[in-house]
Design a protein around this ligand. Structure first.
Ligand code: ADP
Ligand code: MG
Length: 246
């Protein structure tokens, strides 16, 4: 049997801020080549989990393996495998798209030659006139698309997108998900967080997180079928209200 390997393994992961336990010992895997949707309302713990995977936030207890490597021991090796688009918009608004690509490519450790090649490859996917525009002049949907391309500069195997469609209109959200599919088609693994529950349907598998705990995981179709609900939104409310009664 050709069992799919795990790109990411999260084991008994805990994050405590002061006295507040933001992540309460969660376990899940992201399989190689899949799109895993990480869903939950604001404050659920999505960003905290992603930041622990990237090593930006120290793990309180538990572990995260990326391609079988422990993030608390081998971050130097893992860094090259991970692409991360943070929830907080991180491009420089006063620089042009091309200047941002050059800047972030430069600090991501690419050689000049690699950077030129990658910038040309990514530039080719964006309209030429866009490359000369300042980030601040772009609508949110296009900005997010540029932020995605910038996070892809080092050509990472595993891509973590934290609320990439937040503040983006529905039409652009659909286009953004097309980009995500394209990445999957090219063999990438994706972990995508969202609080737009309708986006669950774009994912291969979904995890619902609430108050730092996983309250449901499975396939989106299964999620709807099992619960005979008309929408993920309805179901989401139900899952959370049941969970809150414990
Ligand atoms: P989400 O990304 O799902 O909206 P977060 O991971 O940002 O949720 O936050 C989870 C919880 O942890 C929230 O209650 C938030 O207020 C809290 N939290 C996040 N970062 C910190 C921090 N640096 N210090 C204290 N509490 C934090
Ligand atoms: Mg968040």
């Amino acid at each position: 049997m050709n069992q799919t390997a795990n790109a990411i393994e999260v084991r008994d992961l805990v994050k405590i801020f002061g006295r507040f336990q933001a992540v309460k010992g969660i376990n899940f895997n992201v399989k190689q080549g899949e799109i895993l949707g990480f869903l939950g309302p604001n404050g659920a713990g999505k960003t905290t989990v992603i930041k622990m995977i990237t090593g930006l936030l120290k793990i309180t207890s538990g572990s995260v393996l990326v391609s079988g490597l422990d993030t608390q021991k081998h971050m130097d090796l893992i860094k090259k495998k991970l692409g991360y688009m943070s929830q907080k918009f991180s491009l420089y608004p006063l620089l042009t798209v091309l200047e941002n690509i050059e800047f972030f490519g430069g600090i991501s450790g690419l050689t000049r030659k690699e950077l030129r090649e990658q910038a040309a490859r990514i530039g080719a996917q964006l309209p030429a006139e866009l490359l000369r525009q300042r980030i601040q002049a772009l609508p949110p949907g296009i900005r997010q698309k540029v932020a995605l391309f910038v996070c892809l500069l080092p050509d990472p195997e595993i891509i973590l997108l934290d609320e990439p469609t937040s503040g983006v209109d529905p039409e652009m959200r659909r286009k953004f998900w097309n980009e995500i599919y394209q990445l999957k088609k090219n063999g990438k693994t994706l972990l995508v967080t969202t609080h737009h529950l309708d986006e669950a349907e774009y994912c291969d598998r979904v995890i619902i997180i609430h108050n730092g705990e996983i309250v449901w995981q499975g396939e989106p179709a299964e999620l709807l079928q099992q619960n005979r609900q008309t929408s993920i939104e309805e179901l989401f409310k139900e899952v959370i209200s049941k969970h809150g009664q414990n």
